[in-house]
Design a protein around this ligand. Structure first.
Ligand code: BMA
Length: 828
């Protein structure tokens, strides 16, 4: 029985310190799952925290204590059960729970679930459940004072920084892409579970061996029993005869029952792009005598997955092998989709993960500054063939390591590993985000005394080199654990050292290096690199009034959390593009710039496949509407980068470079078998005159990047001006174009772009949308379709059209929407 309410909430204790009109101690309607912030918002007591600079005035919420209550009706029928458990899937964070005034639980970890047997406190009729939250900021401050010195956490915008003391999403305390909104509340579902005799606590499915002929599985069931009695566990595949039946003599408490299963001629699970992500549904039924006790369904995928991370001639590898063969990982870093997590519903998960699949990605990294995601997230990843690199939730901070803290983390890790280990999408565990690198290179050690240093170093090792890998080895044996990202997992090798393990490369952006440097900074797995942009006006309009639509307005600055963000965008923009004529043009060019830069990096990474095992840009999504590194904004709108990603992560890619005067064309394929293709090369001017043409029959090697054509750039160009021509390389398979690269010999700002004379024709409007035909008379750079005032999605956007080219598109949105088409020429 899920306890959805009605719930009420109130602030605890008066709020003597001035500040805004506090909610007072009145009981008000609340939502569970929910947060205090969203409940205050729903009651009209605070303005939208994302609007304008409102965030600043709402800091008091995180400093107060809050209380939730609900009446819990208990019918005789419920009370007749032998056991009644109250289960909280998540409490944010320091919570004292009372049932009919009896203290039943003290919680102190947002990431843990809590199960409390409550039958003894329940009575017939109405029961009162009260959850009181103490301010995480005050609790953190007390822990800070007990430690007696500051721990580094550069993204925490508080004073002092206390986020590391609380097992709560680090990004709630502020980040360089997100606001500081320190929530509390019952953030995941609460339920009552009534049962008798025995219940299925957990199922763990392990693939023992896998071949085309046969899959051998072991299912390990954890069963909680109330008394000594026999139990029967039956396992089968949905819709077919049982595969195994085990009789067990259950003892009171926890029991582990094992069963072997096999599946003949199994269908394998493949990540996106390589095959279907086939799932089997395993059904488990627990009974005692003729009484059914519990039933559970579990969807499993059969695949082998290995992370190869071993010393070699070039350093230390880092690549993923699936079903025996290396697979290049293409994807992005994922952050929580909202500052207020319970707002992320199934539809938002589905929309985002479908966009990930559409962009030809096969892996997301669930970054360590957020949360272990909802089950829904991993289920969708299983279904869509998206692998998950799962960080433990530690990021860019030094953490305490006292016994209580470590014990809390141990419980958290055990729970989360058990919860996620059955997902075929789960690829690997990582201890933390950037803590190893930060400890070494960010000046943290200089902030500490000798004694503090020794204490912190030992604590770090205890947590990330011992505790977490031990839990993974016990609960999820065989799954790869890397102690940090980036890391070479070797004390003698610095994290981020080229050639050794994964790399976060931030020379471009943070160090202002030209983006061409991406090509010289490819390591064994590129787990982070990124570049910011602004969202489109429709999104900006949701947090700023038109009079604030300028870069230096207070509101725009409040929605740019990287201290030098706007300046960096401007610096890079000037290097490559002409000065945008107005604010909207600026937002558009910022997106084209971001997409151009990240495409350059991702192609360089893919050209080095084999040596390099993957490319994950920073970052996929946003937790609020703002300027950031994301490719999809808070409202789900695709930025230019998301469209570009679909092209640069395509299974087959043609990539063109000019290096030391040599023009090189690479054919890149992720396919499992060699692919015959036709490579068509042309040099043309912006009017469509062709000066060079060549067609080659090529074979794209399986899972490889190969040089397919090379010539002197000067020879190809002849006497044509670099600013007036484009080199088009296209790959065709069976007459169908699978990839195209348009290579320009000059920066966008130097190109002498003619008026493309874009012509848009609309087909008949249908309920789902409208077909469009777009034609360019001359070359059109970065064509941008938009539908001001109505929120539609274009099947493709932000693309170049060659002279005379026509493109069919679909517009999904209101049939009567106005559609505007522009190109780079219109931006200056
Ligand atoms: C990386 C991430 C984040 C951060 C991003 C942009 O290092 O791990 O901490 O948001 O850079 O600065």
């Amino acid at each position: 029985m899920e306890l959805t309410g009605p719930w009420q909430f109130r602030q605890v204790g008066a709020a003597p310190d001035a500040g805004p009109p506090a909610a007072g101690e009145r009981w008000l309607p609340a939502r569970v799952p929910g947060t205090v912030h969203t409940d205050l918002l729903d009651n009209g007591l605070i303005p939208d925290p994302f609007w304008g600079t409102n965030e600043r005035d709402l800091q008091w919420i995180g400093e107060r204590d809050w209380e939730y209550r609900s009446a819990l009706p208990a019918a005789d029928e419920l009370l007749a059960h032998e056991r009644i458990d109250l289960v909280f899937e998540g409490l944010d964070t320091y919570a004292s729970v009372r049932l009919n005034d009896a203290p039943i639980l003290e919680a102190d970890n947002q990431y843990r679930a809590w199960r409390v047997p409550v039958k003894q406190w329940l009575h017939a009729g109405e029961n009162t459940l009260v959850v009181r939250f103490r301010s995480a900021l005050r609790e953190g401050k007390a822990a800070h004072d007990r430690l007696g010195y500051d721990l580094p956490a550069p993204n925490d915008t508080g004073e002092p920084r206390v986020s590391m003391f609380t097992r709560k999403a680090p990004y709630h305390y502020g980040w360089d892409w997100g606001p500081r909104l320190v929530t509390s509340g019952i953030w995941r579902p609460v339920r009552l579970e009534a049962w008798d005799g025995a219940r299925l606590d957990d199922l763990h499915v392990v693939t023992r061996s896998l071949s085309d002929e046969r899959a051998e599985l072991v299912v390990e069931a954890t069963i909680e029993a109330t008394r000594a009695a026999p139990g029967t566990l039956e396992l089968g595949l949905a819709g077919s005869a049982p595969l195994a039946r085990v009789e067990a003599a259950l003892v009171p408490g926890s029991n582990v029952v094992r069963a072997d299963l096999h599946i003949d001629h199994p269908q394998l699970w493949w990540p996106n792009g390589l095959g279907a992500p086939h799932l089997y549904t395993i059904e488990a039924a627990l009974s005692q005598g003729s009484v059914a006790r519990a039933k559970r369904q579990l969807r499993v995928g059969l695949r082998t997955l290995e992370v190869e991370h071993r010393p070699d001639a070039e350093g230390k590898s880092f690549r993923v092998l699936i079903n025996g063969a290396p697979v290049f990982m293409k994807g992005a870093n994922y952050i929580p989709q909202d500052s207020f997590l319970p707002r992320v519903n199934g539809e938002r998960y589905e929309r985002l993960l479908r966009a990930v699949r559409a962009a030809n990605m096969n892996l997301l990294r669930v970054w360590g500054g957020g949360v272990y995601e909802d089950d829904r997230f991993y289920e969708l990843c299983d279904q869509l063939g998206i692998l998950v690199w799962q960080d433990f939730m530690f990021a860019c901070s030094q953490y305490p390591s006292d016994a209580a803290f470590l014990d809390n983390v141990r419980q958290e890790a055990r729970q989360v590993v058990r919860r996620l280990r059955n997902h075929p999408s789960l690829a690997l565990w990582a201890g933390n985000n950037e803590n190893e690198w930060a400890w070494r290179d960010w000046g943290w050690q200089q902030q500490l005394t000798e004694a503090q240093l020794a204490e912190q170093r030992a604590g770090y090792e205890r947590l990330f080199h011992e505790l977490l890998p031990e839990i993974v080895a016990q609960e999820d044996p065989g799954r790869f654990y890397t102690r940090s990202s980036p890391s070479a997992n070797d004390d003698a090798v610095a994290p981020n050292q080229p050639g050794f393990g994964d790399m976060h490369y931030w020379g471009v952006w943070h160090s202002e290096e030209p983006y061409e440097r991406y090509a010289d900074n490819v390591s064994r797995f590129m787990s982070e690199y990124g570049f910011q942009s602004f969202p489109e006006l429709a999104t900006i309009g949701r947090f700023a009034a038109p009079e604030d639509w300028q870069l230096d307005s207070e509101v725009l600055r409040a929605h740019q959390r990287h201290p030098r963000g706007n300046q960096l965008i401007a610096t890079y923009l000037e290097r490559d593009f002409r000065k945008p004529r107005d604010f909207e043009s600026f937002t558009y060019v910022s997106q084209v710039l971001q997409a151009t830069v990240i495409q350059f990096a991702a192609e360089a990474h893919r050209r080095k496949m084999g040596y390099n095992g993957g490319s994950l840009y920073w970052q996929l999504d946003d937790c609020w509407p703002a300027a950031s590194w994301s490719s999809i904004d808070y409202f789900g709108r695709w930025k230019a980068l998301q469209y570009y990603a679909r092209r640069f992560f395509a299974p087959v890619l043609v990539s063109v470079t000019e290096e030391q005067g040599r023009l090189r064309v690479y054919g890149i394929s992720d396919r499992r078998a060699p692919t015959p293709a036709r490579l068509a090369l042309r040099l043309l001017d912006f009017e469509g005159n062709v000066f060079f043409e060549k067609v080659l029959d090529v074979s794209l090697g399986a899972n490889s990047s190969q040089l397919q054509f090379e010539a002197s750039a000067a020879e190809v160009l002849g006497d044509r001006a670099r600013t007036r021509v484009v080199f088009a390389a296209e790959l065709f398979e069976g007459g169908q174009r699978s990839s195209r690269s348009l290579f320009y010999f000059a920066k966008a700002r130097e190109l002498e772009l003619p008026d493309p004379e874009l012509r848009l024709e609309r087909g008949a409007a249908r309920a789902e949308g409208t077909s469009l035909e777009l034609r360019a008379r001359r070359l059109a750079r970065a064509v941008w379709l938009s539908s001001p005032g109505s929120d539609g999605h274009f099947s493709d956007n932000y693309f170049d059209l060659l002279p005379g080219e026509q493109r069919s598109l679909e517009y999904e949105g209101p049939p009567a929407a106005q559609i505007v088409v522009r190109s780079l020429l219109d931006s200056y």
